[in-house]
Write a protein of this length. Sequence first.
Length: 254
Amino acid sequence: MYFSKELVYREQLLVWIIADVIKIVGLCFVWVASSKLSDSVSQSYVVSYYLLIMLVSKLTTDYTLEFGVRDIIYGRFSNLLIKPYNYLIEYLGTNIGGNILRFLIFLPGFILGVYFAQKYNLWIVDFNPYNIFLGIIAIIIGFLISFILGNTVSLIAIYIKEMDSIRTFYYNVASLLSGEFLPIVFLPMWGAFVLHLFPFRYTLSFPVEVIIGNINDYEIRLGFMISIIWLFVLFFSYKTVYSLSKKKYEAEGI
């Protein structure tokens, strides 16, 4: 059902593709230029990093802040609450369906990007099976963190109906701290340490770092430990916010 709805809007699919191309080119241009001023970061790392960032983001992004907020604002959230199963299951399916679709749309562009990157010696990933396996696990954990974060923030719509500014602020913070706008390798040691403590890194940058293989086994184990701790902390935080918000929800629509 989700695929059929999205495929009706073919113009939207085209916009997604164009936006991805513009984002990759723009971010690569900025950070490739910055890498020329750094002895520790190569241009090939930047190109490989951003190609993988765009691919992984198609699998870890949560869209509950889009449709979940609308459900709350327009009173449809009450229909989900009376169903015999938890509404998170439905939201989870919607997000997975959307991510699969966006992943498939972006995949040809990713393959083409890897081809040209290899042609100009700008691709450093050898797709080591061990790193790929760990990367897949990191992607799953990253998606779950994004999903819980998105659902928690969406509950703010029960209290505040004008969510556009809050949603934009959240997206900007997530993009910055996840390593999408600012690769962690360009940060000083104290800056990287701070970002390692936030959950956003584990939704995007960490899976990519694992796949590329530029972090050692200790850093991988530490990253998984922190991400799993965040997963439990965020889940219990969501449960607390949900319990309080459900009492406030009045099921009105606007």
